[in-house]
Design a protein around this ligand. Structure first.
Ligand SMILES: [Zn+2]
Length: 340
């Protein structure tokens, strides 16, 4: 751009910011085959050019820590001191947030499994489509901020997705370290077809943009440590990318988790968890019992390998096929970053 050119506004939905401005607005998701919604966003634009970081809160509507954290992050953004921009999606899934829904929207779909979405689909698919077009296509880096859902207890960690694009994967690994959480799950199993990216962060990655998914908190709580992790993590990313000065929170070396498994409910029933997040388990350790409504045992669920509990469903209702717990095994080695 020549020095004389006037930089165009950066627009996300109705939020439009020129250099040095902070704008609030909405991403409209119009009515379609079912009721639409609108997503509250902030665009904070620095006075100098630079990377554009998208921070996405509330993909799952019963996960509140990120929603609270982004309100705090917004108050820390000073465009006069910024390069590039930050796009804050304060609430990616209002139908789930205001409806207090766990996992699934009113259409029965999980927003974080329907990317890149469809303009003519049900509301979760239309939200994904709008976020892909308005946010993912406009950012250079992205963090999707989660916690255990309303029924899940969770230890803080970041997912580093290895996509096979070495340059993007290195960028994502640096974001994972810059978020400051001390456990990083290496995930090599996400889809690699951009037309079936399924997850928010994977959609960005398959479009060439480094991205992470971060987890802190759970069970519908807004406890200070869990909210603070996301606040510090978001500010850590802004500092890492040179968008906003701030104290680094990089953890080096973190604990790398290179094998994970989601244990799923073999039947619908009443779940009695026997472990808590962060607990170390041996192969064969009882993770929980599934009973019928009268209390008779249906299944005992045991750890398939030695590792730690990343998250566990901590409330009784479970349906066949749903997650019961996520286990991770700690990578061998000295903590040096694994190659992409
Ligand atoms: Zn989530």
């Amino acid at each position: 751009m020549s020095a004389a050119a006037t930089p165009a506004a950066l627009s996300v939905g109705t939020a439009s910011a020129r250099p040095g401005e902070v704008a609030a607005g909405w991403i409209e998701v119009p009515d379609g085959v079912d009721a639409g919604t609108r997503l509250p966003v902030t665009v904070a634009r620095g006075v100098r050019p630079g990377p554009i970081l998208a921070l996405v809160a509330g993909t799952h509507g019963y996960e509140y820590t990120s929603v609270v954290a982004l309100q705090r992050v917004r108050g820390r953004l000073d465009p006069a001191r910024m390069a590039g921009a930050a796009i804050l999606v304060h609430m990616a899934n209002p139908p789930c947030f205001y409806g207090r829904r766990v996992y699934y929207g009113p259409d029965g779909k999980n927003l974080n499994r329907v990317y890149p979405g469809r303009p003519d689909g049900t509301v979760s698919e239309r939200i994904a489509h709008a976020l892909t077009r308005e946010v993912i296509d406009r950012c250079t880096h992205l963090a999707d901020m989660h916690c255990g859902d309303g029924n899940e207890a969770c230890r803080p960690y970041v997912y580093w997705v290895v996509s096979g694009n070495a340059e993007v994967d290195r960028g994502s690994r640096e974001l994972a370290l810059a978020y400051g959480l001390d456990h990083i799950v290496i995930d090599r199993g996400r889809p690699r077809d951009p037309a079936r990216s399924l997850y928010t962060s994977n959609t960005a990655i398959l479009r060439g943009k480094p991205a992470i998914t971060a987890e802190s908190g759970g069970l519908g709580a807004t406890d200070e440590p869990s909210v603070g992790n996301h606040e510090r993590g978001a500010l850590g990313l802004l500092a890492h990318l040179g968008i906003l000065d701030g104290p680094p929170v990089r953890v080096d070396p973190p604990v790398w988790i290179d094998r994970t498994e989601v244990l799923r409910a073999p039947a619908t029933g009443v779940w009695h968890a026997a472990v808590v997040p962060m607990q170390a388990v041996a192969a064969g350790t009882l993770v929980g019992r599934l009973t019928d409504p009268w209390g008779a045992r249906l299944h005992e669920v045991r750890a398939p390998f030695a590792g730690i509990v990343l998250y566990v469903v901590a409330t009784p209702p479970v349906s066949e096929g749903e997650p019961l717990a996520g286990l991770g095994a700690i990578a061998a080695g000295d903590g040096a970053p694994p190659a992409p």
